[in-house]
Design a protein around this ligand. Structure first.
Ligand SMILES: C[S@@+](CC[C@H](N)C(=O)[O-])C[C@H]1O[C@@H](n2cnc3c(N)ncnc32)[C@H](O)[C@@H]1O
Length: 213
C-alpha cells in the first residue's frame, strides 16, 4: 500500500542560508517517458553539473534530473537556460516515486548515480539507495543493454555495491572489472561538487559501470 511515508527521503530539501521557495526549475517538468526515446536518468543530481554534461554530450537524448534538493535544481535550471539546453527534464523528489509514476517498461537507456548519500552510521544503512532491491526494481524499466554508472568515495558503500554486483550478476554485467578502470576520471565523467569534495579530502573515488544483460 502506498502512503505518505512510502517515498520519504532523508537529508536536506533546501539550503540553510536563505528561505528558498523559488520553484522556477519546475518549468522543465518531467513528462511521461517515451519508450521510443533514449532516456538517461541522473539520480541525485545535486547542483546539476552531471546533468549539464550529459545534456551537452547527448543532444539527441533526453536527460532526466531526479533530485529532491531545491537549491540544486534551481542551479541546474539556470545553467540549462544559459547553455540553451532543451533536452533536460526535471523531477523533484524520490527516484522510486519517479519510476513508479513516469517510467514505462524498457524506457531507460542509461542511469547515472554519482556519489549517492553514503549514510555511514550503522543505524542509517537502510537509507542507502543502492542495494539488490533497487536493481530488481529498476531492471524492467531498462532497455536491453542499458548502462548504469555509479561513483562513490565511501569505502563501506563501495564494498556494499561490490557485494550487490555479485548478487545481481545474472541480470547485470560488470563492465570495468580491471582495477585500472575503477578510477573516476573527470575528463570523461562530470566533475561534480561531491567529486571535488572527495579530492579535497584526499579520497580516490571508485567508479563502476554495469550493463543490463
Ligand atoms: C551526496 S549528494 C551527490 C550530488 C551529486 N551527484 C554530486 O556528485 O555532487 C546525493 C544527492 O542525492 C539526492 N538523493 C538522495 N536520495 C535520493 C533519491 N532516492 N531520489 C532522488 N535524489 C536523491 C540528495 O538529495 C543529494 O542531493
Amino acid at each position: 500500500m502506498i502512503n505518505n511515508s512510502t517515498y520519504r527521503l532523508y537529508g536536506r530539501t533546501k539550503g540553510r542560508k536563505k528561505k528558498n521557495n523559488d520553484q522556477s526549475f519546475l518549468k522543465i517538468k518531467l513528462k511521461e517517458l517515451d519508450k521510443k526515446k533514449l532516456n538517461i536518468i541522473d539520480i541525485g543530481s545535486g547542483f546539476g553539473e552531471s546533468t549539464i554534461k550529459l545534456a551537452k554530450d547527448n543532444k539527441k537524448k533526453i536527460i532526466i534530473s531526479c533530485e529532491k534538493y531545491i537549491d540544486g535544481l534551481n542551479c541546474l535550471f539556470r545553467k540549462s537556460q544559459e547553455e540553451l539546453l532543451d533536452n533536460i527534464y526535471i523531477y523533484q523528489g524520490n527516484v522510486h516515486q519517479m519510476i513508479d509514476e513516469y517510467c514505462s517498461e524498457n524506457s531507460l537507456y542509461e542511469v547515472w548515480i554519482l556519489f549517492p548519500d553514503p549514510w555511514p552510521k550503522k543505524k542509517h544503512l537502510k537509507r542507502r539507495l543502492i542495494n539488490k532491491s533497487f536493481f530488481m526494481k529498476i531492471n524492467k524499466y531498462l532497455k536491453s543493454g542499458a548502462l548504469i554508472h555509479i561513483a562513490s568515495d565511501s569505502k563501506s558503500y563501495v564494498s556494499q555495491i561490490l557485494k550487490t554486483i555479485h548478487l545481481i550478476k545474472e541480470d547485470f554485467e560488470w563492465l570495468n572489472q580491471v582495477k585500472s578502470e575503477w578510477n573516476y576520471n573527470s575528463e570523461i565523467l562530470p566533475a561534480t561538487k561531491y567529486y571535488k569534495k572527495a579530492l579535497e579530502n584526499g579520497l580516490n573515488p571508485f567508479f563502476v559501470k554495469l550493463r543490463k544483460l
